[in-house]
Design a protein around this ligand. Sequence first.
Ligand SMILES: *[C@@H]1O[C@H](CO)[C@@H](O)[C@H](O)[C@H]1NC(C)=O
Length: 119
Amino acid sequence: LHKLMFSFIFVLGVSLGIEVRQSSSDIVAKASDKVQIFCSHDKTDYRMMFWYQQSPGDTAMKLIGFLNYVAVTLEEQYRDLFSITGNLGGDSAKNGSLTIQVKGREHSAVYYCAASKAQ
Ligand SMILES: *[C@@H]1O[C@H](CO)[C@@H](O)[C@H](O)[C@H]1NC(C)=O
């Protein structure tokens, strides 16, 4: 079994100056584990949530997909093993999640979320 280290940034304010919270700082997972991470914030009118992956040694953040109200868009290369859930409608605080079906070392990465108003 491969041990995989997932590093999560706990607090990330990348998007438009708002602060989002991510669950868990570091998660260690192994192949066939399902890892679910959450992202929440209090900007009730921010109805889009984006998830990014930054692989070790890579400076680029790759877009995994995003949630727009309840509609999920996943980039093609992430469709098999990643899923995004959440409901960004309504007037309450927002909370979405990213689930990773761990297959191997390629999933060891830093995962970020960001939020914005609907475009
Ligand atoms: C987000 O939703 C999950 C699952 O429904 C829950 O466990 C978690 O506590 C929620 N986070 C916040 C900040 O509400």
